[in-house]
Structure formats: structure tokens, C-alpha cells
Design a protein around this ligand. Structure first.
Ligand code: ADE
Length: 225
């Protein structure tokens, strides 16, 4: 898989994309991630990527030309399955969308900034608009990092234990059951006996029941899906 991220602040993406599982997945060739600075696609001396909005509102708008240039160049090099725009007014991101994106070959993620992007970009280039939640960030970079992280960890071989991604929270619209490690007793608090029993059928039943109980209590909206 290949992920191309377009941004006006590439520094914001350096650390999240180059540590831990994402770093290893890139080294192992499971994913190629390329970050593009939109200022490299400007032609004026000040490398301008934004301008005042028509209509006189406050704030700045991302100019269309650098974005068109960058995306056209990338599209000339390979085909893309999805051109994503990160914005608080996009469709809310969830595990189902992460699963879907992880099955694609090449995707572009355009990070929104300032008041947003010139609407012509959204109309003519973007195929999917994604919000990571109903709150406003200073820019779409952290959203792009979150999308990339959640997709890359699903790629075959990216996380050591293959079964682990399948038992994540949300994979069945359920919260994950509680997990424990050694010691079996800490501060007088004991790990549930069933987990120490070695009876895997019982353990699986306990995990299902506790997952359901936690979901009913904390996220009943998931059960309605
Ligand atoms: N940019 C600013 N806020 C955002 C959000 N909630 N999701 C995605 N991109 C954003």
C-alpha cells in the first residue's frame, strides 16, 4: 500500500509516521508513506499556499493551484483508489472505514488547514471527506496521522500478533473485554479466576460477556449499529 500525504506543515507528521509500528511497516515494505509539502508546488517567492476568502469572511483559505499541481503529478505516476480530505465537516471516521481503507492500494490524504480548502478542490479532486470527530483541530495533519496509523496497523504483518487486530475494540461493534497481566494479585486486587483457569471455552465466554456488558454500559450507540 502507498499513502501520499499533502500538507503545509510536514513537520507535524514526522514523529507519528516514523516511530514504532509505522516505522517498522515502512522498513518491511508493507507500506510506503510519502509526505509532500504543498509549498514546493507554489511558484511565487513567498511560497504562498493560502489567500483571503472571497466574500470577506475572517480567516484564510488554501489556494487550489498547489494542490491541483501536486495531485496531478502524483496521479501521473500511479493510480489512486481514494483522494481523502481531512476536515471537521467530513464523514465521521470509524473502524469500518479504517478496515476499508486498509484494503486499498494507493491513497492520497490532503490535510486541511486555515478556514479550509478552496471548494473547487473538494468538488473536483476529493473522493472522500473524513472528520475524526466533532471537534476542531488547528489542521488536518493530526487527523491524517490518525487515519494512517489506524490503517497501517491493519496491513498483513504490520502488528506481530495477526489475531490481535481482529480482536480490537470496535471490530464487532463491541468494546474490547478487560485485559490483565502478571502478577495475578496486585495490591490485594485479583485477576478474575476464569482467566487463570486454563479453560479456553470459559475464557472466551467471559470475554464475550464482559465485552457486551461494557458496550451496553459505556457505548450503547454501538449496539444499535
Ligand atoms: N481538521 C480540523 N479538525 C478536524 C477534524 N475534527 N477531523 C479531521 N480534520 C480536521
Amino acid at each position: 500500500m502507498r499513502i501520499d500525504i499533502l500538507t503545509v506543515v510536514p513537520e507535524l507528521l514526522a514523529s507519528p509516521l516514523n516511530e514504532s509500528i509505522l516505522k517498522r511497516a515502512q522498513q518491511a515494505g508493507q507500506v510506503e508513506i510519502a509526505v509532500h509539502n504543498l509549498r514546493d508546488y507554489t511558484s511565487d517567492r513567498r511560497r504562498t499556499v493560502d489567500d483571503y476568502p472571497f466574500g470577506g469572511e475572517a480567516g484564510m483559505v488554501m489556494k487550489p493551484e498547489p494542490i491541483f499541481l501536486c495531485i496531478e503529478k502524483l496521479k501521473g505516476e500511479r493510480d489512486y483508489d481514494e483522494v481523502i480530505y481531512t476536515s471537521p465537516d467530513g464523514v465521521t471516521y470509524d473502524q469500518h472505514e479504517a478496515n476499508r481503507l486498509s484494503t486499498l492500494g494507493n491513497i492520497i490524504i490532503l490535510c486541511g488547514h486555515y478556514k479550509g480548502v478552496d471548494y473547487r478542490v473538494r468538488e473536483h479532486l476529493i473522493t472522500r471527506e473524513i472528520s475524526i470527530g466533532d471537534y476542531v483541530l488547528t489542521g488536518g495533519e493530526l487527523a491524517a496521522a490518525i487515519i494512517t496509523d489506524s490503517v497501517v496497523r491493519l496491513l498483513p504483518g504490520a502488528i506481530g500478533d495477526e489475531a490481535s487486530a481482529l480482536t480490537d475494540c470496535f471490530q464487532d461493534n463491541l468494546l474490547a473485554p478487560p485485559v490483565y497481566t502478571r502478577p495475578a494479585e496486585f495490591n490485594g486486587w485479583r485477576v478474575p479466576d476464569v482467566l487463570l483457569s486454563g479453560n479456553f471455552a470459559e475464557i472466551a465466554r467471559w470475554q464475550e460477556e464482559t465485552a457486551l456488558e461494557r458496550t451496553e454500559r459505556l457505548r450503547p450507540d454501538l449496539l444499535e449499529k
